[in-house]
Design a protein around this ligand. Structure first.
Ligand code: ASP
Length: 444
């Protein structure tokens, strides 16, 4: 069995966390491919190494001394080295980084040093080989990862021993370091899982997987045991954030499950993200609802005009006005002569009245209404499909709790139902849905 284990910043924040990682690795010899983020925060007052490196870069750019910031990084790694009794020559590593900072360097090179240093320390501590991501994660000039070249490079470097590869960066064909977007170590883990044909991609973090809903809204929500990729996409689009969005594609294409695990609670099985959960669902049926998520602060722009539904091109003209301002649209609920467009309030903050002006001019509507402070809640679940009465139950729950529904939208794949309520009702609505569909189904 091949397991790729990626450890996030909180899992390698200090020596104590390194020890937990070693226990996890030693408890399963299949964990031979390890990907590491840069050291994360040890406490709320602390800073992530990557953030400190971005700050150093800004100091270099403005000609201000970077030493006070860089000193914090030096201290962090020196403490880890001392606490774990490592032999790594950190002075040499810091000297190299200082040298390039003095003569001017690329931002990508500098900010990748967090993953580089953390992985070097971790490899020594685990007794694994360190394999620099610059040598194996191969970008093409268009910014895409060359999977075949990456596969060959990893195959060349992987001997009998396990390996640690830094996350978040790779190199262009000319050897220049290139970083991914923030949180990119998740992508490195997924790419490595793809090219080594892993049986599972373990993503070790500081939560025990996905919860049905946000623990800040519902006390102790239940954990999601299994979720499929489409459900995950719906959940993360609407606000649930554990994994980098782009980390899904490399493993999904090869049907490799992702297991979200907690470094601080290694016995918890976490959440399995799979292409297809049907086999397991037969053994252990899931809740009707897999997850409830949502976001606040949307704006609904409603255009009303009698006989508009008979006017060819009416909807296109509405959408065109938004496209001209590069506004991405969340949803377009419509009835006979009433068309609504839902967008995030932030995205239209500087152009809403220009768009409205254009709609008035081009469409000559009978009425045009704007409503702010709207929240969208997505109720996601593969088990909702072909379950009659599901939306009825949901809507009557809102009625029973005096929550007014502004819009309701269900796609024909029946994977999710999106309900729009006022921001002020957001938390209450999520709690009601949770109680009705999770607490009740659990027989509590
Ligand atoms: N260290 C990088 C960041 O903070 C990448 C990662 O942790 O995945 O975004």
């Amino acid at each position: 069995m091949i397991k790729v284990a990626k450890f996030g910043g909180s899992s390698v924040a200090n020596a104590c966390q390194f020890r937990k990682v070693r226990q996890i690795i030693e408890s399963d010899p299949d964990r031979e491919f390890v990907i590491s983020s840069a050291c994360g925060k040890e406490s709320n007052e602390d800073h992530k190494v990557t953030d400190l490196l971005y700050l150093c870069e800004a100091h270099v750019r403005y000609g201000v001394s970077y030493e006070p910031i860089f000193g914090q990084i030096v201290d962090k790694y020196s403490r880890i080295k001392e606490d774990l009794g490592l032999k790594i020559d950190l002075d040499h590593e810091f000297e190299m980084i200082r040298k390039v900072m003095k003569k001017g360097m690329s931002t990508d090179y500098l900010v990748s040093r967090g993953e580089y240093l953390t992985s070097k320390c971790l490899a020594e501590y685990l007794g694994y080989d360190f394999v620099d991501a610059a040598d194996v994660i191969c970008f093409r000039y268009d910014g895409e990862i060359d999977m075949e070249k990456t596969r060959l490079r990893i195959e060349e470097r992987k001997k009998d021993n396990g390996i640690v590869i830094p996350g978040f960066y790779g190199a262009l064909p000319n050897g220049v370091i290139r970083v991914m977007s923030r949180g990119g170590s998740d992508i490195t883990g997924s790419v490595v899982a793809n090219v080594v044909n892993a049986d599972v991609y373990e993503n070790w973090t500081d939560v025990s997987g996905f919860f049905v809903t946000d623990p800040r809204i519902v006390n102790n929500p239940v954990r999601i045991n299994r979720i499929n990729y489409s459900e995950l996409r719906e959940m993360s689009y609407m606000g649930a954030n554990v994994l980098h969005d782009d980390a899904v594609f490399p493993v999904k294409s090869k049907n490799i499950p992702i297991n979200i695990r907690n470094t601080n609670e290694p016995d918890n099985p976490g959440t399995m993200i799979m292409n297809d959960c049907r086999e397991q669902d037969q053994i252990e049926p899931p809740h009707t609802i897999t997850g409830i998520t949502g976001r606040k602060d949307f704006t609904i722009i409603t255009v009303i005009k009698s006989h508009a539904s008979a006017e060819v091109g009416f909807l296109r003209k509405i959408l065109q006005a938004f496209e001209d301002y590069h506004i991405s649209i969340e949803s377009v609920p419509a009835t006979v002569d009433t068309f609504s467009v839902i967008v995030s309030s932030e995205s239209v903050s500087s152009c809403l009245y220009d768009i409205v002006g254009r709609l008035r001019e081009n469409l000559r509507p009978d009425d045009l209404r704007i409503e702010d402070h709207v929240a969208l809640i997505a109720v996601v679940g593969r088990a909702m499909k072909e379950k009659p009465g599901m939306s009825g139950k949901l809507l009557s729950e809102f009625g029973n709790n005096q929550i007014n529904i502004k819009i309701i939208n269900q796609s024909s794949d029946e994977l999710s139902i999106v309900v729009g309520v006022m921001n002020r009702d957001f938390e209450k609505a999520i709690r009601c849905i949770y109680d009705k569909f999770i607490t009740e189904e659990n027989g509590q």
